[in-house]
Structures are given as C-alpha cells and as structure tokens.
Design a protein around this ligand. Structure first.
Ligand code: PCA
Length: 199
C-alpha cells in the first residue's frame, strides 16, 4: 500500500492549542484512498524542523506528503500554492527570530506545491467546506517545511505529491482567543477530503 506522510505542528506563539496535532493523531496509522497514513508532529523551531521533516521522509519513504499548519485568523481551508526560500517572521518556540535568511543557501527561490490544490479546493467546496488556494504560506515554519520537503523530492528526482494546507482555528482555540473558527470535526473532514484527492 502507498504511504502518506501527514504532519502537523505543536502549539506556537499565542496559540495554546494547535488543531493540526489532534487531526494528525486521529488519522495516524489509518488507511484512506489507498494510502497508509503516517503521522508526525513537528516542532516550531527553525533549527530542527527541517531536519525532523527530512528524517520522517527518509525513514518512511512516503509516496505523498501533506503538511498541516494553523493559520489563525483565516476563515477557509487553504492549500498553499508556493513555498519560498526564506525564513522570516516572529520568534519560534526557542526564541529565535529569523531575518530573511535563505532556507537552502543555493536552493531555488521557490517551489510550487505538487499537491492537486485545485482538486482539493473543489472537493472541499463540494463537501460544504469553504476552501481556496492561498498564494503565500508566509515565511515562518509552515513555509519552511513545505520548502524542505519539495526541495528533497526535487533534488532526488522523485515525482511525489507534496505540499502544505493551512487550517483556520478550531472552536476550542477560539474559546481561548476570539477569532474565526471551525468545528474540529470539520477541520478533520477537510483534511480527509484533501487526502481523497491524492492520485
Ligand atoms: N502554523 C505556523 C507554524 C506552525 C503552524 O501550525 C505557520 O503558519 O507558519
């Protein structure tokens, strides 16, 4: 059976919960659309996250990678179109604040997602879940892992769907900090819908 690496992130900044963790834990070791799902939770740490991502890819040799992250404030499920070769943004969980450095010194400026992002948006919408393509994943950890995975597959000439989906806050998170939010069950359903779009 094919393998899907599904990653989420630990909580970060002023988000005491990261809804991607529960989704990854719930789907870990389950089977969907002909894929065995392997879950992994990544740290919000610029010095470790890329390495952890590559370790997971090397250990499991997945046929596809979907990484999930929280985009607090967004109202829709948003598959990302592009990852850029840049670390920037607020402090990570170790207190490190990047300043626009390249992720890979001699890497290309960017990579397009190789996930079927248009199909994911259409399938979510058909399923009653608001979704749209995002044209920027920012320059924080989510962009970082998306870039690292795409760079690995490009460097190794491996044609495997890989990319990133940002999720809105869960109601649980919105109880802590007022913001647009979705039911956790809908967030999970959106991720399941995305997985069913994989070739
Ligand atoms: N979201 C952050 C990092 C971890 C997460 O879940 C981001 O959008 O970069």
């Amino acid at each position: 059976m094919k393998k899907l690496l599904l990653t989420g992130f630990e909580p970060f900044l002023d988000n005491p919960i990261n809804p991607t963790m529960a989704i990854v834990k719930a789907l870990d070791q389950t089977e969907l659309n002909g894929y065995q799902i392997i879950g992994g939770i990544l740290p919000v740490d610029f010095s470790k996250t890329g390495e952890e991502m590559l370790k997971l890819i090397e250990a499991h040799d997945p046929d596809a990678v979907i990484s999930l992250g929280l985009a607090a404030g967004r109202t829709q499920l948003t598959p990302e179109r592009i990852a850029i070769n840049c670390n920037d943004g607020p402090v990570d969980n170790t207190g490190h604040k990047p300043d626009g450095e390249k992720i890979i010194a001699d890497g290309p400026d960017g990579y397009f997602s190789t996930l079927p992002i248009k199909d994911i948006v259409s399938a979510c919408r058909e399923n009653g879940l608001p979704a749209k393509i995002s044209n920027t994943a920012g320059a924080y950890l989510c962009n970082h892992v998306m870039y690292q995975a795409l760079h690995f597959f490009a460097q190794n000439n491996l044609d495997r769907p890989s990319g990133f989906i940002h999720l809105p806050a869960s109601h649980e998170l919105a109880l802590e900090k007022s913001q647009a939010s979705w039911a956790s069950s809908d967030l999970k359903e959106g991720v399941i819908t995305a997985i069913t779009c994989l070739p």
